[in-house]
Design a protein. Structure first.
Length: 108
């Protein structure tokens, strides 16, 4: 049995360990014939997503992590926006908006 201790690993690793444990549990419950079936509609949707977003599908280890799906799309959009800026001020605004703490409110 896998379990996580907050003192040993950070929260992201804890989530991954717990998710991996859930996957192992699911796989142990499912009959052998069902475990290996591939849903062709998933493959079709992944191809459409890849074509529309211009990004690839996350690795099998990261497919359960929403950030792994969203971040490459966001980065791709940012790159496209930055390439279309007409001046340095607009570029600086976009870069400032993507800074780590840009959404924090300033306290006087």
């Amino acid at each position: 049995m896998l379990y996580a201790n907050n003192n040993d690993v950070d929260n992201d690793n804890n989530k991954m360990i717990m998710t991996m444990s859930a996957l192992e549990l699911q796989q142990s419950i499912l009959p052998e014939g069902i475990k290996d079936l591939t849903d062709q509609s998933v493959v079709s949707v992944e191809n459409i997503r890849t074509n529309l977003s211009g990004t690839s599908v996350p690795t099998s280890e990261a497919r359960h992590i929403q950030k792994a799906w969203d971040k490459p799309v966001a980065v791709n959009h940012l790159v496209q926006l930055l390439s279309r800026t007409s001046n340095e001020v607009d570029k600086a605004r976009l870069l400032a908006a993507t800074a780590t703490h840009s959404g924090y409110k300033l306290h006087p």
